[in-house]
Every structure is written in structure tokens, then in C-alpha cells.
Design a binder for this molecule. Structure first.
Ligand SMILES: NC(=O)C1=CN([C@@H]2O[C@H](COP(=O)(O)OP(=O)(O)OC[C@H]3O[C@@H](n4cnc5c(N)ncnc54)[C@H](O)[C@@H]3O)[C@@H](O)[C@H]2O)[C@@H](O)CC1
Ligand SMILES: Nc1ncnc2c1ncn2[C@@H]1O[C@H](COP(=O)(O)OP(=O)(O)O)[C@@H](O)[C@H]1O
Ligand SMILES: [K+]
Length: 491
């Protein structure tokens, strides 16, 4: 599990640790890790003679960068400091000057010649994005061809939310201290961070993070496996209400996902029975209303459904329900909140915007806030799809499903996937898959995060650098499942 903590928590852990250590010890640890990472990026034997520029802001983030500069200067690098703001970390600057570093006469000339630039403008103390005077320097650093290394965070991004107001440093790599910050894992900020390396500085952090990303072994521990005596009903039946005369394909895709999600049987309800059966003869089909379809342990409703017949009936069922696509358009928060069984909503940013009464752009700029807000408003587990897929469980309530702690618990960020997934119908596969995991007995937050994980992995396998169609993703799900399930704990 990869975990991330917000600024307040990191600062509290830092304060507790600093109280036990001599002054400067933590910054020294951070600078040592940073310098080692820079040496690695420059390459073996390339530190001596390397031209390094430190962009130093006024806080401790600049201090880290300056002390890393000291270590690199002692190994023979030529280190030049560009001061931003009225003051810099004076002890750090003095140490760097003693080690042979100097303050740049012409910052742009220094940047143009640099092999590596350290962005020490702001870290977790930054607010309000890059200031105007920093913008041209950051652009010059980006255009210079030097390796651009962000210290703790790319300056200009919001550590807690992943939001980026205006310009920010686009780093090749970020060396972060003590803990990942949410912004390093959530777009748009994630994209600015480049390759992220965590340097341990000995922080003791709380057991419950603000954000977590499952890894193979975590997902392996969640996936259902049939016992020797399981029958198909024991493994769970997932009901899929999807498709319409206009969009029969959505039904086929949702069923394709559902058949690969671990349920023992898939029941399809809707007008696309012929299309579904032609492709998947193993599907149980039903043409009447969902309530008469027979036993079902979890419902998926919405993909390609048009005007959503059956939504009220499905929501009335006392089993988990996943609502996607067209089903989301008519959703009444109170109807969802008052359900005794869990509900999972799987909007993309546009659908989330509609549900929240805001714009798509605002959802994409502030995904974490949007997913938390939706989970609270609907009392549902929400899987917000997109370039960073997030899963938030609701705060406790009738529909919470009992798997989230008091606050709703950590938001999960999905680490798999590929931009090739942005293809029509791939969301239908995901809703079928996730519904199937729900029917197999996974708790809502686990079903949603394991579903997103497998879906993203399958897409990567299917794509391997080329376009994929949604059905290719569904076809790659068993291989993705095997990759994950074959993982030993700790892998
Ligand atoms: N507290 C600790 O024990 C440790 C802190 N460390 C470093 O310290 C950093 C936090 O240091 P600080 O709290 O001093 O904060 P920062 O260095 O992140 O930034 C605060 C300073 O930047 C200025 N500032 C704020 N927003 C700005 C903006 N948009 N543009 C330009 N300047 C801006 C503020 O006036 C303040 O002087 C961490 O990110 C990390 O790099 C590490 O050394 C590890 C240990
Ligand atoms: N830029 C992106 N990078 C990675 N994955 C993406 C990106 N954009 C969309 N996706 C993923 O693609 C899928 C698209 O689903 P959705 O928007 O519901 O499309 P559809 O309704 O056509 O099925 C989701 O799993 C989503 O997370
Ligand atoms: K920085």
C-alpha cells in the first residue's frame, strides 16, 4: 500500500520528531536523500564538474535544496544559487558558499548552462501557486534541457489537493520527504511531479492516511476465490440492467466486465438480450422488470440505458447497487442515502459535475474535493473516473456498507490505467466488473478500488502502447487477474 498524508499531519509528525533530535537533523536527512537522488539522476561519475542551479525560495524547502547543494559541491559539482524572494535559508546559503557554491550573477545564463536544476522555491509551506517573478525562471529551467528536480513538491502545486493554480514547476523527478503528499498522486499535480521518489526521514505517521493507493498484493488479498464446494449462487449473481435499442453495445460491454469479475452468474435485464446472448451465451437473460428477474446479490444499472427504466425498483432492492452513466442522471440523493444496502456511483468528471451542480473543469481541477463531496452528499461509495481515478467511501450512515471508518476513511487513488482507456465503452466494462466483485461479496470500497485496479491493468496489457477497444480491455481482465492473484504478500 502506498500512503499519502496531508500537510497538517506531516507537520505534526515532523514537530514530534524534531523535538527528539538535534537542530537541523531532519533537514540534514532530507538534504542527504536529495543529494543522493540528484547524483543518481546525473549518472555515475557525473557529479564532479556537473553544473547545478539551486532555485532557492524563502523557506525550509529552499534550505533543503541549499544543503543538498552543499553535498553536491563537496563532490565537485559547480553549484549556483538563484535567490527568489526577499530572504533565503541563511545558514544553508552560508554553508553552500563555504563549500564553493556561488550566487548567480545572471540567473538565465546559469540556467541555460545547467545540467541539473533543483526547485527549492516552495514545499508544503507554499500557497497560491507560483508568484509572477518565479514564472520566467521556472520556464527558463524547463527549456534549458537540464534535469529539473522538485524538492518535496513541484513548486506551485497544492500538496493537499493536487490542484494547480496557474503555472507550476513541471519536474522530471520529485524527491519528497517523510511521506507522499496527496498532490503527488492526484492529477493535475501528479503530472507535474514526474517520477516521485520518497526519502525516509524517520517520521512516525498515523495508521490511517488521507489517501492510499493499493498495490498488487493488496488487491490480491481482496479478490474472491471460489472454495472447493462453491456453487454458482454461492459465488454471487450480478444483475445487469443496461443497454437500449439505441445503445445495445453498452449491455454487451457491461456483461463482458461482469463475467470477468468473480460472480458465479450474470443476469442481464433489458432490451439487448439478443446482442448479449450472441456474444455471451452463458448470460442468464430476463425481459421483464428487474424485480422479477430472480436472485441477485448486487445490481449494476445505467450503461447505455437511456431513460433509466427500473432505477427505482433496483434501488429498492436490499442488495448493493452500482449506478453508472445514464442511471446517474436521475439520481435523487435522498433515495440513495436512505437505502439500507450500500450504493456505489461511478461517474466520470462530466457526470460528477452534473451531480454536484458544477462544471466538469472544476471537478477535474479538484478531484479529491469532488469525490469526497459526492460520497457525503449521496451516502454512497463514489468511484470518480478519469486520468486519476479516485474512490471515496461515505461517512457512516444507512448505506455506508460498514467498510469505512468514521470519516469515510482514506480516499483510494488507483495507480493502474493508461490514457488509452479513454475510449467509448470502457466505463461500461468497469461497472460490470465492479458490480460482479460486489456480488462476490467485496465491501463497496474494496470492490470499487479492486475493479478500477484490474480494469486499468487490463487496459495496459491490452494496449501496450497502441489504441484499444473496450472489449479488448474486458478480454484482458483474466490475465490482469492472474497477474494480481499470483502475487505473494509483500510483492
Ligand atoms: N519541517 C521540517 O522538519 C522539515 C521540513 N522540510 C522542508 O521544509 C519544507 C517546508 O518549509 P517551510 O514551512 O519553510 O515552507 P516552504 O519552504 O515550503 O515555503 C514557505 C516560504 O515560502 C513563502 N511562500 C509561500 N508561498 C509562496 C509562493 N507562492 N511563492 C513564493 N514564496 C512563497 C513563504 O513566505 C515562506 O517564506 C518542506 O516542504 C520540506 O522541503 C524538510 O527539510 C524535512 C524536515
Ligand atoms: N486521461 C485518462 N487517463 C487514464 N484513464 C482515463 C482517462 N480518461 C478516462 N479514463 C478512463 O477510461 C474509462 C472511461 O469511462 P467512461 O468515461 O465512463 O466512458 P464510457 O462511458 O464511454 O464507457 C474510465 O475507466 C476512466 O477512468
Ligand atoms: K519545491
Amino acid at each position: 500500500m502506498r500512503t499519502a498524508y496531508r500537510i497538517e499531519t506531516v507537520r505534526a509528525a515532523e514537530a514530534a520528531l524534531m523535538a527528539k533530535l538535534p537542530p537541523g537533523a531532519l533537514m540534514d536527512r532530507a538534504a542527504a536523500g536529495l543529494a543522493a537522488a540528484c547524483a543518481g539522476l546525473l549518472g555515475r561519475g557525473r557529479v564532479s564538474g556537473a553544473r547545478i542551479v539551486v532555485l532557492a525560495g524563502s523557506g525550509d524547502n529552499g534550505g533543503d535544496a541549499l544543503y543538498a547543494g552543499v553535498r553536491l559541491a563537496r563532490r565537485g559539482a559547480g553549484v549556483t544559487v538563484v535567490r527568489l524572494g526577499s530572504r533565503v535559508h541563511e545558514a544553508g546559503l552560508a554553508a553552500l558558499l563555504r563549500a564553493g557554491g556561488r550566487v548567480a550573477d545572471d540567473p538565465y545564463a546559469a540556467l541555460a548552462r545547467a545540467d541539473l536544476v533543483l526547485d527549492g522555491i516552495t514545499g508544503i509551506g507554499g500557497h497560491g501557486g507560483l508568484r509572477p517573478e518565479a514564472v520566467p525562471l521556472v520556464r527558463a529551467a524547463r527549456e534549458s534541457g537540464a534535469v529539473l528536480v522538485a524538492v518535496d513538491l513541484p513548486s506551485g502545486v497544492a500538496a493537499d489537493t493536487g490542484e494547480v493554480a496557474g503555472e507550476a514547476v513541471r519536474a522530471d523527478a520529485t524527491v519528497t520527504f517523510g511521506a507522499y503528499k496527496p498532490g503527488l498522486l492526484v492529477d493535475p499535480a501528479r503530472e507535474y511531479a514526474g517520477a516521485v521518489r520518497l526519502v525516509g526521514i524517520g517520521l512516525e505517521l498515523p495508521g490511517e492516511p488521507d489517501l492510499e493507493a493499493l498495490q498488487h498484493a493488496d488487491v490480491a488479498g481482496l479478490l474472491p476465490a471460489p472454495a472447493a464446494e462453491s456453487d454458482k449462487y454461492g459465488r454471487g449473481v450480478v444483475g445487469v440492467v443496461a443497454g437500449s435499442k439505441r445503445y445495445p453495445g453498452a449491455a454487451v460491454l457491461a456483461v463482458a466486465g461482469a463475467l470477468r469479475g468473480g460472480a458465479g452468474a450474470v443476469r442481464y435485464v433489458g432490451p439487448a438480450r439478443d446482442e448479449v446472448l450472441a456474444r455471451f451465451p452463458e448470460t442468464l437473460v430476463h425481459e421483464g422488470p428487474p424485480g422479477e428477474a430472480g436472485r441477485v446479490q448486487a445490481w449494476v444499472i445505467g450503461p447505455g440505458l437511456g431513460d433509466t427504466p427500473g432505477l427505482d425498483e433496483v434501488l429498492a432492492a436490499e442488495v448493493p447497487v452500482l449506478v453508472d452513466a445514464d442511471g446517474l442522471g436521475l439520481l435523487d440523493p435522498e433515495a440513495v442515502r436512505s437505502r439500507p444496502a450500500p450504493t456505489v456511483l461511478t461517474p466520470h468528471a462530466g457526470e460528477a459535475a452534473q451531480l454536484l451542480g458544477t462544471s466538469r473543469e472544476r471537478v477535474e481541477a479538484g478531484r479529491l474535493a469532488a469525490v469526497r463531496e459526492l460520497a457525503a452528499r449521496f451516502g454512497a461509495t463514489v468511484l470518480l473516473k478519469g486520468s486519476t481515478t479516485l474512490v471515496a467511501a461515505p461517512p457512516p450512515g444507512p448505506g455506508a456498507g460498514g467498510d469505512g471508518p468514521a470519516s469515510g476513511g482514506a480516499v483510494r487513488v488507483n495507480p493502474t490505467g493508461t490514457p488509452w482507456l479513454a475510449t467509448a465503452g470502457s466505463g461500461d466494462v468497469l461497472s460490470g466488473l465492479t458490480g460482479s466483485l460486489l456480488a462476490a461479496g467485496l465491501a463497496p470500497r474494496d470492490a470499487a478500488s479492486a475493479g478500477a485496479y484490474l480494469h486499468g491493468l487490463a487496459a495496459r496489457r491490452a494496449a501496450r502502447g497502441a489504441p484499444v477497444a473496450a472489449l479488448d480491455v474486458a478480454d484482458a481482465l483474466p490475465a490482469a487477474w492472474r497477474d494480481v492473484a499470483g502475487t505473494e504478500p509483500g510483492d
